[in-house]
Design a binder for this molecule. Sequence first.
Ligand code: C5P
Length: 219
Amino acid sequence: MQVAALIVAAGKGERAGGDVPKQFRLLGGIPVIARAVDAFAGIPVHIVIGEGQEAELAAALGSRAVASVTTGGAERRDSVRAGLAAAAASGVSHVLIHDAARPLLPRAVIDRLLTALHTADGAVPVLPVVDTLARGTTTLGDTIDRATLHRIQTPQAFRLDAIIAAHDVWTGDAPTDDAQVARAQGIEITLVPGDAALDKLTHPADFARAETTLGRWQP
Ligand code: C5P
């Protein structure tokens, strides 16, 4: 099994606020995207960035070497497809697709995904839902059994040809992750334990939370 990582970082990150896109902001003195690259030590990393962000990426990466840098598209899926093509050109058999906006990635999660790939074409890290969930708009509707629900994180691991083929035939709305694209083609996806540190940086307060996590960080 030859594995590459694909980090998608072409989003505008507008919900996170700040003067620069969240993937280039500093977290504990290190750019968010550089932390994601460091997490994949020993695995070649393909990066997808927004148009014209080459200089920002170079400044953020410093001396870190990456396998390729590709320009993404308007939707996350467009960016993923651009990166998958770059990974395929490198000749690997499997890919770990990761959001740059999840910079605190424990090695244990990567190892669990790689182990799962020995027996499955796909694997994703998940966390349990701890709150009660219910439907409703202005008044409370039915409660949903949370025991059967999961919070799905990245990296998401796939056999490369399988996830490329799944994206090729996807006709649904803009998907928020790749596992749903894979599922639509019947690819069986193994669930492995995720990690709270992996929660995505979406809103301004998420940076403060991540700085706190960093205080006790053991990658
Ligand atoms: O917007 P959201 O937080 O869901 O984005 C998840 C990840 O996908 C981020 O790392 C973001 O940079 C990336 N993305 C992308 N291309 C887009 C939209 C999002 O690479 N067009």
